[in-house]
Design a protein around this ligand. Structure first.
Ligand code: HEM
Ligand SMILES: *[C@@H]1O[C@H](CO)[C@@H](O)[C@H](O)[C@H]1NC(C)=O
Ligand SMILES: *[C@@H]1O[C@H](CO)[C@@H](O)[C@H](O)[C@H]1NC(C)=O
Ligand SMILES: *[C@@H]1O[C@H](CO)[C@@H](O)[C@H](O)[C@H]1NC(C)=O
Ligand SMILES: *[C@@H]1O[C@H](CO)[C@@H](O)[C@H](O)[C@H]1NC(C)=O
Length: 333
């Protein structure tokens, strides 16, 4: 479908159309706030279509929920929440999907495409890919036991996505507490948001290679990180032999349920990633970890609040709506 010739043609059309569209859109963006009932008038069934699909996917494979929820995070941190994480590369554009931090790691594109297909069938030209990611993140979290939150809608999709913008925009597994705080600050999130949103690691799985240094070569010394609970380290080594960096293990002890067990794991020396463990290197991180464990409901609530805030990250050059989440197509002005 999107062979190189037709996609170049589409991008050209795009360029000409953009001038006319831009002014209209900028006016819309500056005056319009996201709202919970944005689609009620234009596509009343949008929310139930998305929820039914997420239910179906997660019932078939529980691990899909984590992958779907993570996409919204990776979208919002790079160019704002504009669906740019979903764009496939073209001849002229190497997209975010190809970046080292994403490639082979983010999943769920087929599921998003299926949801988008259904929505275009029900209400053509209405629901943005960026909004789909925001709603899916909420529904997937709830499906695994998290608390619901209102998703504010009306995001515009972008038309570009660049692999080299991912470095510096997304946090990395080796980041210190200060570095994590700085990276979250770039999208308007504070230290508390960072600690709470890290609780996203309450679900899902991680490649063994993402923490091999801690298991096998702590500080280059060919030893296991002595801060890991010894029996947990032994368990992880069994799960993750040094020869298999592409094997998976669970991100927390209850990775099929969205709960505060992630923080309990941190406080009992069972954190996985260096960036997870780094949360406890700051008093604020310790405070919120303890609070999440002693009052799990407060964490479930705060997570939703922080997700709402994350979902407000603005994109630099909003375009409008994409018919296909994976590529840009001419849209009549
Ligand atoms: C604080 C900084 C963060 C870092 C350094 C980080 C890093 C990572 C890494 C390295 C993985 C494993 C990837 C792989 O092995 O392929 C992962 C998985 C995951 N992350 Fe994060 N992450 C962070 C924050 C977040 C946030 C804010 C969320 C969501 C609110 C989130 C949700 C997830 C989920 C759900 C998975 C599992 C995905 C799956 O099972 O497919 N992470 N993260
Ligand atoms: C986009 O790339 C994915 C693989 O990353 C592929 O499965 C999908 O078919 C592509 N979509 C389009 C519309 O080319
Ligand atoms: C991002 O940084 C990593 C190392 O930190 C580097 O290997 C990679 O080439 C950089 N660029 C992209 C697009 O991933
Ligand atoms: C939990 O982690 C295991 C790997 O140990 C993985 O196979 C499974 O899919 C994960 N469960 C979920 C719901 O992500
Ligand atoms: C690292 O330690 C392991 C056992 O703990 C040992 O078998 C291996 O030879 C060591 N490697 C180096 C380079 O010292």
């Amino acid at each position: 479908m999107a062979d190189s010739d037709s996609s170049r043609w589409l991008l050209n059309l795009q360029g000409r159309c953009l001038m006319t569209c831009a002014l209209l859109l900028l006016a819309a963006v500056s005056s319009e706030q996201l709202s919970e009932n944005f689609y009620d008038a234009k596509c009343l069934q949008a929310m139930s279509i998305i929820k039914q699909k997420v239910d179906k996917f997660v019932n078939a494979d529980r691990s899909v929920a984590a992958s779907l929820m993570r996409l919204h995070f990776h979208d919002c941190f790079v160019r704002g929440c504009d669906g740019s994480v979903l764009l496939n590369s073209t001849e002229s554009m190497l997209t975010e999907k190809e970046a080292l931090l994403n490639k082979g790691s983010i999943r769920g594109f087929e599921q998003i495409d299926e949801i988008k297909y259904e929505l275009e069938h029900a209400c053509p030209g209405v629901v943005s890919c960026a909004d789909i990611l925001a709603v899916v993140a909420r529904d997937a979290t709830v499906k695994l036991g998290g608390w619901s939150w209102p998703v504010f809608l009306g995001r515009f999709d972008g038309v570009v996505s660049f692999a080299d913008e991912v470095n510096g925009s997304l946090p990395t597994r080796l980041d210190s507490y200060a570095k994590l705080v700085a990276t979250f600050a770039k999208v308007g999130l504070d230290a508390k948001d960072m600690v709470i949103l890290s609780g996203g690691h309450s679900i899902g799985k991680v490649h063994c290679g993402a923490f091999f240094e801690r298991l096998y070569n702590f500080q280059g010394l060919n030893i296991t990180d002595p801060s890991i609970d010894p029996s947990f380290a032994a368990f992880l080594k069994k799960q993750c032999p040094q020869t298999n960096p592409l094997d998976f293990t669970a991100l927390d002890t209850t990775n099929g349920t969205f709960d505060s067990a992630y923080y309990h794991d941190l406080l009992t020396n069972r954190g996985i990633l260096q960036s997870d463990v780094a949360l406890l290197s700051d008093p604020l991180g310790v405070e919120y970890a303890i609070k999440a464990v002693s009052d799990p409901q407060s964490f479930l609530f705060e997570f939703g609040q922080a997700m709402i805030k994350m979902g407000n990250a603005p994109g630099p050059a909003p375009y409008g709506w994409r018919k296909h989440c994976a590529f840009v197509e001419h849209k009549p002005c």
